[in-house]
Design a protein around this ligand. Structure first.
Ligand code: NI
Length: 138
């Protein structure tokens, strides 16, 4: 699947403001201000350093989509997000490689409403697929 490109690495944190400060100390710049994603009950902030983009994800509650996961693995990277041209086709393709849906396709407020879906593989772990409806926005 050479046509997929990495968009960001998702990183779970407990306290988004404190972690932004520490990432800034390491030379990261805030790409977009923090956004609250009500559907997933998380605060999200995108940071960039060198040619890398990191997405800080802070669950607001245990019932958040990733609340239990953060408790389990702590502050840690947990997914790689790939840009795809057609989300539904990409989901079908990854399913052929034994990935299963972890979270159905939905619009992501922190990504201008572009659709994302999360899938899991027993060998690779969690990935996010982001539909590239804005071609210049990579
Ligand atoms: Ni992500």
């Amino acid at each position: 699947m050479n046509e997929i490109r990495i968009h960001h690495i998702g990183y779970l944190v407990k306290n988004i403001e404190k972690s932004i400060e520490l990432f800034r100390d390491m030379g990261y710049d805030v790409e977009f201000e923090t956004v609250y994603d009500e559907w997933r009950d998380v605060d999200i902030c995108f940071l960039v350093k060198d040619s890398y983009r990191i997405e800080l994800v802070a669950p607001r509650s245990k019932s958040s989509a990733v609340g239990e996961l953060r408790k389990k693995i702590g502050n840690s990277p947990y997914h790689i997000c790939y840009i795809v041209d057609d989300l539904d086709k990409a989901i079908a393709k990854f399913s052929e490689f034994h990935y299963v849906i972890w979270q159905d396709a939905h619009e992501a407020v922190a990504l201008n409403g572009r659709r994302v879906a999360f899938m899991i593989s027993g060998q690779v772990g969690m990935i996010e697929l982001l539909e590239n409806t804005v071609k210049s926005d990579v």
